[in-house]
Design a protein around this ligand. Structure first.
Ligand code: PGA
Ligand code: ZN
Length: 485
């Protein structure tokens, strides 16, 4: 559906742009200013009584993720011709209570991992339900999607189908306003660039090595800006490569772009990373700190933690917490531990939070699965002090934003996160800036699908110009760590 203002705006911009090409620089500035004021005056969806941005068409495509497994790409077209695409990620060390990722189960295609059923739902049932819906009403749309699915875990239509639509529509609404996603997805002005956690050494389910713990991340908390922080991280990543070479280790990478060598113990990655930070010319514990995601649910079996990949030892929950306590004494450069105990180990979570929750950040991933109800219960139980945020764990933009708001309201941290199976979609970079919670983890300084997110953050930093702020170490103010002399 076209409307007068849309046509008038486009005609104006076309004419003005043509003029700007042949006229002087000052005319170009005038065009930019006029464009801005048009954007401010433009009616937004139903507020004006005219629906400029109703959903006209949905298309889905079965594409491949970074591991070569099928995933969904969803493209939405609005009635005014605006189109936008979102690509859905996929995890490997998934929490039990995550929303359902719908797979075909047809063993003759991709070993059963095809997503043609989800594609069919997007182009069939979902399309006919959301056609004519205003793309600016994200909340209303997401509710409609959840209602249509009708299950508590999006098990009928699939969280992959639902998220593809939800996120593509968020992009379309932003595009329709001529604004970047980070500026439209929340109502507040966004200018905080997140402190990244770069997973430079991969183990657990993400690597074919003998390291039980999944992620060893560096976090450049002491650098003055996002771009400088990214530079320091990439330099440290390359220094780590040299450290590994020197010791005769392989420098092949795992699923998230971190190195994945066969090492002697679960502690050795920390030692190697500390050496690399220094070798790159930075101070561990000040310029760059360490974040861990052992993903403990993956090696929790019948009440015990089994180190099957390394020394085959077994630890009771209290011993696991004691292990982290001893690591923090030995390595005060560790400022954050995610899933240090398993999702089903409630006693372990209570104990780790009680004993370490006032020293470091404790991030809940598998236990909260970006689910507002589960997170709310966790807050009531006093579990963890931060939440990992993954859009596809819950399946809609609205519920994801709800978890972020809940974290803010209750003094929890929030780390916006990629999945181990990714695409070139960069929505989480915008989400991290929009969230304003100052943290992102999106892999190592290697592999295109990880770098795409960091590069998008560099673009946002440039776009924000002098307004851009870097979160740095500020996010840890409540758990100030001593710096090793
Ligand atoms: P996943 O792992 O994407 O494979 O689930 C990421 C994480 O555990 O944080
Ligand atoms: Zn995790």
């Amino acid at each position: 559906m076209r409307n007068e203002i849309g046509i008038e705006y486009r005609t104006f911009i076309e004419r003005a742009n043509r003029a700007a090409v042949s006229w002087s620089h000052s005319i170009r500035c005038l065009v930019r200013q006029s464009k801005k004021s048009f954007q401010n005056d433009r009616p937004r969806g139903r507020e004006s009584g005219i629906i400029m941005s109703e959903i006209a068409k949905l298309q889905a495509l079965e594409i491949l993720d970074s591991r070569g497994n099928p995933t969904l790409s969803v493209t939405v077209t609005l009635a005014n011709g605006v189109t936008a695409t979102a690509k859905v990620p996929s995890g490997a060390s998934t929490g039990k209570r995550e929303a359902v990722e719908l797979r075909d189960g047809d063993k003759s295609r991709y070993g059963g991992k095809g997503v043609l059923r989800a594609k069919g739902y997007v182009e069939g049932e979902i399309q006919s339900t959301v056609q004519g819906f205003d793309a600016n009403d994200q909340k209303g749309l997401d509710k409609r999607l959840c209602d249509l699915d009708g299950t508590p875990n999006k098990g009928r239509l699939g969280a992959n189908a639902i998220l593809g639509v939800s996120l593509a529509v968020a992009h379309a609404a932003a595009k329709d306003h001529g604004l970047p996603l980070y500026a439209t997805i929340v109502d507040k002005p966004a200018n905080l660039l997140p402190t990244p956690g770069l997973n430079v050494l991969n183990g657990g389910k993400h690597a074919d090595s003998n390291v039980d713990f999944q992620e060893f991340m560096i976090s450049p908390v002491g650098l003055p800006s996002f771009s400088e922080a990214l530079r320091a991280s990439a330099e440290t990543f390359h220094a780590l490569q040299a450290v590994l070479h020197k010791r005769g280790y392989s420098a092949g990478v795992g699923d998230e772009g971190g190195f994945a060598p066969q090492l002697k113990s679960n502690e050795e990655p920390v030692e190697l990373i500390l050496e690399a930070i220094q070798k790159a010319g930075y101070k561990p514990g000040k310029d760059i700190v360490i974040m861990l995601d052992p993903a403990a649910s993956e090696f929790f079996d019948e009440g015990n933690y089994i180190f099957a990949k390394s020394d085959k030892s077994k630890k009771a929950p209290a011993e696991m917490v004691a292990l982290w306590k001893s690591w923090l004494k030995r390595y005060p450069e560790i400022w954050s531990i995610e899933d240090g105990v398993a999702e089903d180990d409630h006693a372990g979570w209570t104990q780790i939070t009680k004993e370490l929750g006032n020293q470091i950040q404790l991030v809940g991933d598998d236990n909260f699965v970006t689910n507002p109800a589960l997170f709310c219960q966790g807050i009531k139980d006093g579990i963890a002090n931060a939440i990992l945020i993954k859009l596809n764990q819950i399946g809609t933009v609205t519920e994801t934003l709800e978890c972020i708001q809940m974290a803010r309201d209750h003094g929890y941290g929030a780390v916006i996160s990629h999945r181990s199976g990714e695409t070139d979609d960069t929505s989480i970079a915008d989400l991290a800036v929009a969230a304003g919670m100052g943290q992102i983890k999106t892999g190592s300084a290697c592999r295109g699908e990880r770098i795409a997110k960091y590069n998008r953050l560099l673009e946002i930093e440039r776009e924000l110009g002098s307004k851009a702020r870097y979160a740095g170490a500020g996010i840890y103010d409540q758990w100030k760590k001593p710096v090793k002399a």
